[in-house]
Design a protein around this ligand. Structure first.
Ligand SMILES: C[S@@+](CC[C@H](N)C(=O)[O-])C[C@H]1O[C@@H](n2cnc3c(N)ncnc32)[C@H](O)[C@@H]1O
Length: 230
């Protein structure tokens, strides 16, 4: 057997290994990058508020995606304590503006502390208190590079419709918690949130306007790029 053939066999076996190395890898990825002191504090305050922030690997991907599309204008649904917003801001251009929507004004007060501590003032952050589906229709068409969604899961399909209008061509719609702790993959799970999440994954797969990728990072991220169909 040639060296090259042996390498291929080893590579093709890797995904078939049992659970334990996968869990080890998962933990390794999670601990690969430390949070800054400010983000550690934001995570602690998020826990007090009862709103789970994005995982560290998801935050790193959000930062990377924001940098990759040279994001100047980002809409976020679900500000929480500001962990995902901080990740997006750190990847955006220096003139970037994050518009972040949350139904809980108290959460946004905590997020404001996080952003201020990181040096992002009101010029870079527009926090809007309200329900996503009331606020999104008021935002401009084709004006945003990223729409990141981490709020009420039952609203994801309607927010996807809004995202298509809000994004410029080449912009990204990103949905957090898309795997919903394993429920998405279990056909027996039929609760409203799981059904809504499934709906979004199916819609982006079946709609040629989207170029989607479903990622097993954190609790699952769905990333879809808006294509130029003109
Ligand atoms: C999981 S937390 C967001 C965490 C945040 N993205 C982070 O990583 O730091 C979900 C947030 O969505 C907000 N939310 C829930 N339903 C909403 C809605 N219909 N419109 C806007 N925000 C909503 C909650 O108040 C909560 O702050």
């Amino acid at each position: 057997m040639s060296h090259r053939t042996r390498r291929c066999i080893i590579a093709s076996r890797t995904p078939l290994e049992p659970d334990v190395p996968t869990r080890l890898s998962w933990a390794y990825v999670d601990g690969w990058e430390d949070d800054s002191e400010i983000i550690r504090e934001a995570r602690a305050r998020a826990a007090e508020l009862g709103c789970t922030p994005v995982s560290r690997p998801s935050a790193a991907l959000l930062r990377l995606l924001a940098a990759s599309v040279n994001a100047q204008a980002v809409v976020e649904v679900g500000t929480g304590a500001g962990v995902s917003g901080a990740a997006l801001l750190s990847g955006m251009t220096s003139a970037g503006v994050l518009t972040s929507i949350d139904v809980e004004a108290e959460n946004q007060r905590v997020a404001r502390d996080t952003f201020t501590a990181l040096g992002y003032d009101h010029v870079h952050t527009r926090l809007i208190a309200g329900r996503a589906l009331d606020v999104l229709p008021r935002l401009s068409d084709a004006a945003y590079d990223i729409v990141f969604v981490d709020g009420d899961k039952t609203e994801y399909p309607a927010i996807l419709t809004q995202a298509k209008r809000l994004l410029r061509v080449g912009g990204l719609a990103i949905f957090d918690n898309i795997l919903w702790s394993g429920r998405l993959a279990d056909p027996g799970e039929r609760d409203a949130e799981t059904v809504a999440l499934r709906d979004v994954t199916t819609t982006v797969k079946d709609d040629d306007d989207w170029l989607p990728a479903l990622l097993t990072i954190g609790d699952g991220l769905l990333v879809a790029s808006l294509r130029d169909r003109s």
